[in-house]
Structures are given as C-alpha cells and as structure tokens.
Design a protein around this ligand. Structure first.
Ligand code: PLP
Length: 391
C-alpha cells in the first residue's frame, strides 16, 4: 500500500526531529552500540522525586484506576489554580483549567479548537519543532519571524508588527525558549500580547521551562491579559516527562472547544498520574526537589558553556538564560543536519541539528545539558576530535 492512503496534510507533515534523534539513539543502543553519548534529548536527567512517585503508587492501590473528568480531577485543578495564582499571578477558576497529557497535547487541543484553513500562526524562529506541524494539522499556515544570536534571540518587535494581519489567529511565545534558552524580556512579551490583542489574535504562552531559569525572570502574560492561552506541564519542572501530565488555562470559549475534541479523543489523563501532579504542587518536598534539580542544571550549564568557550569550532554568542540547552553555531562548512548525523554515526554523539527549529537555526546545533557531567565532558572530547579531523 502506498502512502497515498494518508491524507495530504499528514503526507506533508514532518516527523519531530527531536523525537527522531531520540528514537534513533534508542535503536542504535538496542542494536548493540553501547557508547552513545546523548546531548540530543530534551528531557530531565533526574528521576521523578520519590514522594511524587509514592503518591501515584498509593493512588493506584487505592483504586484510582477509573476515567476522570475530561478536564482533570477537581483536586488537581484546585492545586493548579493555587500554583498559577502564587507563581504566575494568574487568577483562574477551577473550571478554567484543563489537565492534559503533557504540554504538547494542550497545544494540540488549542490549535485544533481555534484554527482552520486560511488562518495563520505566528512563531518566532528558531522555534520548538512541534508548533508548525501542530498548526498545519489544524489546516493553518505558519508565519515565522526571524530572531538571531546578535540580538540574543529576543523577539524582533518591528518584524512582528510588520507581519501582523487579520489572518493571524495565534501568536506563540515560548519563554524560556527551546532551543535557544532565551528568556524573553517582559516588555517584549507585553508588547507582543498587545499587538495580538489589537489584531483579535490569541497569544499562546508556552511556559514549560519556567522552572529552569538561571538569569532573568519569568513572566506570564496571562497575569495581565485575558486573550492568552497558557500552556504548562510537570514534564520539565518535576522530571515527569513519561507521566504525560500538563495543563492549560485560557479564555473560556477556547477551553470549551478544546474539551469537545478531548472528549472525542483521549477522554482524560491517567487517574493515578494526576495524584502525582497533586503531590508535585502541594508538597514543599516537591518544590525542594525541583530546586535541587535546578542547581544540577546550573552546574551542567556552566560546564557546557566553559567547554564551548574552549572549543575552536563552536561559538556561543549569547548565553542561554533558561531551559537546559545551549545553541552554539559551528565553524564547519556543513549543513547542521549532515553535521548532526555524522557526529552520531562517527563519534556516537547525539545532538539536534539547528535547522530542525527553522531556517534561523541553520549553522547551529542544539546540545541538551540535561545529562551527566561526565557525559558532557566525554561528548565534547569526542566532538573536538571529530571537528579536528573534518576541518
Ligand atoms: N513546549 C516546548 C517548548 C517543549 O520543549 C516541549 C517538550 O520538549 C513541550 C512543549 C512539550 O512538553 P510535554 O512533554 O509536557 O508534552
């Protein structure tokens, strides 16, 4: 059977480059390649804190094995409201929260609920790999606004203004940003919010890296604006990627649309996983564990920055302020996809090509420092040898 069986939209859809790298690494390992060092994966290197695991185990044994309300258990939504109020200065009612299977499903639901053919989604390039496919799956087009290292990958407000039009239905901001690590200035996010509002567009604020900030401060635009869809997740904050637990708040009408799609697709998030989420938000222990992780990332970040600075082949014009990635440019005259593939095949070092995040990412590689200090050192030793032999 040919792939003509697929819809045109899906035939044209790109795979997620980050998941492809991770899947390839896993397959190579399964095939016996046992010395791969991965800087590819966007996942915490820490395990979920024990108290959170324990809460889910207890919930499982207590019979928390049934369907839940589509928008999530009342208790979890209550905790999320508290968290949004205290940490993000967002006032949301329990009925204004939807618990989702990770941040990604929240974005998917929002796009599906709002977008249709003829609409545009504005994203800042380089951007996380799933915004564009998400918009396309909903039939919309994407307008990419370039950012660059010279300006710290901060949003170019002039370009955003110049490209705003009545077809733009959603503007996406992701701060701290994957892949660049940039924390957007509060004033810039505010201005983008205002612009979106003027044009009747929604702002989707993807805040999944809000706990990983080393310089600058986090700002949630929904603290001031009411046309904002805020997306967050426990994945990075509490090292819970495999739990598939996230949440969304936003305008009531948007949430209503999202719920309809949710009811006819996955119904709800796993019952006992939601108890892990409650523990993550309710207990000081969970916060303390998140802070320990943050210090761990800070140490890894410092090491990676030092190694990039020492390298003759890599350059980091702007220090990443948040998330757990460095996004250096390189001096080899080679497309980033070829470079990333060669590094994996020849040096057994996994990275993500910058081009996966958009044309502004070409000439860069994304390194995740969410791994051990030893692996970071080993990866850089191997990369230096690789670069030397290919230069
Ligand atoms: N948004 C960004 C910017 C991400 O990097 C990721 C995951 O890597 C997500 C959303 C999705 O997070 P989750 O694993 O909670 O679905």
């Amino acid at each position: 059977m040919s792939d003509n069986i697929l819809s045109k939209t899906i035939r044209d859809l790109k795979h997620s480059a980050t998941e492809e790298v991770d899947n390839l690494v896993k397959r190579m390992r399964q095939e016996g390649v046992d010395d791969i060092v991965s800087l590819g994966v966007g996942e915490p290197c820490f395990d979920t804190p024990d108290n959170i695991k324990q809460a889910a185990v207890e919930a499982l044994w207590a019979g928390e094995t049934k369907y839940q309300p589509t928008n999530g258990s009342f208790e979890l939504r209550k905790e999320i409201c508290e968290k949004l109020r205290k940490k993000n200065h967002i006032s949301a009612d329990v009925d204004d929260i939807i618990v989702t299977a990770g941040g990604k499903f929240g974005i998917y639901l929002a796009f599906q609920a709002v977008l249709e053919k003829g609409d545009q989604v504005m994203i800042l390039d380089p951007a996380w790999v799933s915004y564009e496919p998400g918009a396309k799956m909903a039939g919309a087009d994407v307008v990419r606004i370039s950012t660059n290292a010279e300006r710290g990958f901060q949003p170019d407000l002039e370009a955003i203004r110049a490209n705003m039009n009545s077809a733009v239905k959603i503007v996406v901001v992701n701060s701290p940003c994957n892949p660049t690590g940039t924390v957007y200035q509060r004033s810039a996010i505010r201005e983008i919010s205002q612009l979106a509002k003027e044009y009747g567009a929604l702002l989707l604020s993807d805040e999944v890296y809000e706990y990983q900030i080393y310089e600058g401060e986090h700002y949630s635009p929904a603290s001031e604006f009411d046309h904002v869809i805020t997306v967050n997740a426990f994945s990075k904050s509490h090292a819970m990627t495999g739990w598939r637990l996230g949440y969304v708040t936003g305008p009531k009408d948007v949430l209503k649309g999202m719920i309809k799609i949710y009811q006819h697709s996955t119904s709800c998030v796993t019952a006992f996983a939601q108890h892990g989420g409650i523990e993550a938000l309710q207990k000081r222990k969970s916060d303390q564990a998140a802070m320990v992780m943050l210090e761990g990332y800070r140490e890894r970040r410092a090491l990676m920055i030092e190694l990039i600075k020492k390298s003759n082949y890599l350059e980091l014009r702007i220090l990443p302020q948040g998330a757990f990635y460095c996004f250096p440019s390189y001096t080899l005259n080679m497309p980033s996809l070829d470079l990333s593939q060669s590094l994996l095949q020849e040096a057994h070092v996994a990275t993500v090509p910058g081009s996966a995040f958009g044309t502004c990412g070409e000439g860069c590689l994304r390194f995740s420092y969410a791994t051990t200090l030893e692996d970071i050192r080993e990866a850089f030793e191997r990369m230096e040898v690789f670069f030397k032999t290919h230069y």
